[in-house]
Ligand binder design. Structure first.
Ligand SMILES: Cc1cc2nc3c(=O)[nH]c(=O)nc-3n(C[C@H](O)[C@H](O)[C@H](O)COP(=O)(O)OP(=O)(O)OC[C@H]3O[C@@H](n4cnc5c(N)ncnc54)[C@H](O)[C@@H]3O)c2cc1C
Ligand code: FES
Length: 274
């Protein structure tokens, strides 16, 4: 983990909901899939805490690294970020968190499941798994997307995964299959009945909880990336503590989503207490 200064290359809305931020970093940077940074504008004092953003894509260039983030404007921190222009500098602390494990069950199919702004946590994972020649499928859910216009971030994934390995579920049926992404996942598991697969998920808590239930039903290992509210991002404020239990003793333990997480084994999360 280090403090970095990055320069904005572009920062613009790409759909009615999502902004894509592209920054340049003029030094080496390595991150595992699912790791995140804490970001804020350089001259910004309010809000005082930086905001967590997962690293969506990374590209190495002769003169440094280009990093990409996707974000939704929700409150003051992300509204301020959306006002930053190309050439402006941001303070970026990272990489942070544990990230997704990629080496386990190397023969198993990887099933990636995302809801809404959970999607960016899965791109580096898809790239890493594709490099290892793992079979991969992606299920992504949105409340709605513009009919007839390709969802740009799934086009990013289609450069790494086979396009037919990508399922889009929309709640209103505007594109893809109608319904919740977990319904599409369940229907597919019923059809394919995989004996060896690992689930990797990021999205809203109710979706992650459902993924955990589905994984338990099919006796599949599952990793979920939790979206806890974070202040420091590096383990000192304890603001991101989540109640978990270890499989070994079932005893409850608080673990910090920013250090021991944000990725946890699904069966270790005490869902009723999130
Ligand atoms: C590890 C991690 C990685 C993340 N990566 C991304 C990302 O890549 N892109 C992205 O858009 N967002 C991401 N988030 C969520 C993002 O950090 C929050 O949306 C952001 O902090 C909101 O800040 P704000 O000042 O705009 O809103 P605030 O004024 O702090 O909050 C406004 C509203 O946003 C919602 N909100 C705030 N924080 C969270 C949160 N952590 N999870 C869910 N809802 C929240 C609440 O409903 C709140 O009422 C991530 C969160 C975590 C923990
Ligand atoms: S955000 Fe401060 S301990 Fe995790």
């Amino acid at each position: 983990m280090r403090d970095h200064r990055v320069r904005i290359l572009s920062n613009a809305p790409e759909t009615p909901t999502y902004w894509r931020l592209r920054v340049h970093l003029s030094e080496a940077f390595a991150a595992r899939p699912g790791q995140f940074v804490m970001m804020r504008a350089r001259d910004q004092w309010e809000p005082i805490w930086r905001r967590p953003l997962v690293i969506y894509r990374m590209e190495e260039h002769a003169e440094g690294v280009h990093l990409e983030f996707l974000y939704k404007v929700l409150g003051r921190g992300t509204a301020l970020l959306s006002r930053q222009r190309p050439g402006d500098e941001l303070e970026m602390l990272g990489p942070l968190g544990n990230g997704f494990p990629t080496g386990e069950n190397p023969e198993a199919e990887a099933i990636l499941v995302s809801g809404g702004i959970g999607l960016p946590a899965l791109y580096l994972l898809a790239e890493a798994l594709a490099r290892d020649k793992r079979p991969i499928r992606l299920f992504h859910g949105e409340p709605t997307v513009e009919p007839g216009i390709p969802f740009p971030f799934l086009e990013d994934f289609a450069r790494v995964l086979k396009p037919e390995a990508i399922t889009l579920a929309t709640e209103d049926g505007s594109q893809g299959v109608r319904g919740l992404v977990t319904e599409a996942l369940e229907a597919d598991l019923e059809r394919a009945r995989p004996r060896r697969a690992v689930l990797y998920a990021c999205g809203p808590t109710p979706m992650l909880r459902r993924v955990a239930e589905i994984a338990a039903r099919w006796e599949l290992p599952a990793y979920v990336s939790l979206e806890a509210r974070m202040a420091c991002g590096f383990g000192v404020c304890l603001g991101c503590a989540v109640k978990t239990q270890f499989a070994s003793d079932r005893a409850p333990h608080y673990r910090r989503a920013c250090i021991e997480g944000p990725v946890f084994r699904a069966e270790e999360v005490i869902w009723d207490e999130l």
